[in-house]
Ligand binder design. Structure first.
Ligand code: GUN
Length: 278
């Protein structure tokens, strides 16, 4: 039986710890504030933004919501970001992605002050991570490190395999595992012998975006398997990139979907907001 890594529970612990910190900041007269900007009304984004607002409420972080119409121009959005960058009462700025096609995502990410970049997407934040300097770290990979640490899973000296090389998950995940002294391999769509590489992993992080692609034949006996994927099947049921029922008997520890990595992303966003004040 694999150890089930309970992201719901661990994210609650983190949020409760943050609640205490936010309270003590309040008693010093500092109110943590996050600005959340959504352009257009993509339904998935609306759900994510709603969850972020709820987490802010739970912890006691003030959230300012900008619900902008689809037709908002890049200049208008850049103007709002500039105003928020210069507002000392705002500590974190988040523009929900994707933005509509007529807006250049890179221009938006680059416009957010690195000091308020609670998503950790700005090139300065990414660069700081890669050279081991202080800076905001992308929330999903940061959450995975917390899941491992708080579940008593050692990273140092372990063979870590990350499948996926996105800027938001795969690449920062590799950097963080390296920072924890793991031996890291990054796999992607052009990787040869994917199965053999995965089978060497003590810690396997899967962020491919293909439902149930990883079965037991990819997993070493006793390995820790972290599933970043989230998909909805024909019956409306959620599943990950890992075939949970097939892999769980082989793994030493595994994250479920839902209730694994997902809740950690928001917990780490909240953590970054608090860090932005400290
Ligand atoms: N869209 C999907 N995930 C994210 C995220 O973590 N941050 C932002 N800003 N947009 C997203």
């Amino acid at each position: 039986m694999a150890q089930i890594i309970d992201g719901k529970l661990i994210s609650k612990q983190i949020k409760d710890e943050l609640k205490g910190k936010v309270e003590s900041l309040k008693s010093e007269g500092k109110e943590v504030c996050l600005a959340v900007i959504q352009v257009g009304c993509d339904p998935a984004s609306t759900v994510y933004v709603g969850n972020k607002k709820k987490a802010c409420e739970y912890i006691g972080i003030k959230s300012i919501a900008y619900e902008l119409p689809e037709e908002t121009t890049e200049e208008e959005l850049l103007g709002i970001i500039s105003k928020l960058n210069n507002d000392d009462n705002v500590h974190g700025i988040l523009v929900q992605l994707p933005v509509p096609k007529h807006i250049n995502e890179e221009h938006i990410i680059n416009a957010i002050s690195p000091a308020k970049d609670v998503d950790g997407f700005h090139p300065a934040s990414v660069g700081a991570l890669s050279i081991g300097k202080k800076g905001f770290v992308s929330c999903t990979p940061a959450g995975i490190i917390q899941l491992l640490k708080r579940s008593g899973i050692e990273i140092e000296g372990k063979d870590c395999v990350v499948i996926g090389r996105s800027n938001i998950v795969g690449k920062p995940m590799a950097m963080l595992l390296l920072r924890e002294n793991g031996t890291v391999t990054v796999c992607h769509s052009k990787t040869k012998n994917l199965k053999e590489v995965c089978k060497r992993a003590d810690i396997l992080v899967v962020a491919i975006g293909k439902p149930k692609m990883i079965d037991a034949s990819y997993v070493k006996e006793g390995a820790t398997v972290i599933d970043v994927g989230i998909h909805r099947n024909e019956n409306g049921k959620l599943c990950g990139d890992v075939d949970y029922d097939a892999v769980e008997p082989v793994a030493g520890a595994i994250t479920p979907v839902p209730g694994g990595v997902g809740p950690m992303t928001i917990a780490m966003l909240m953590n970054n907001c608090v860090e932005a004040v400290l």
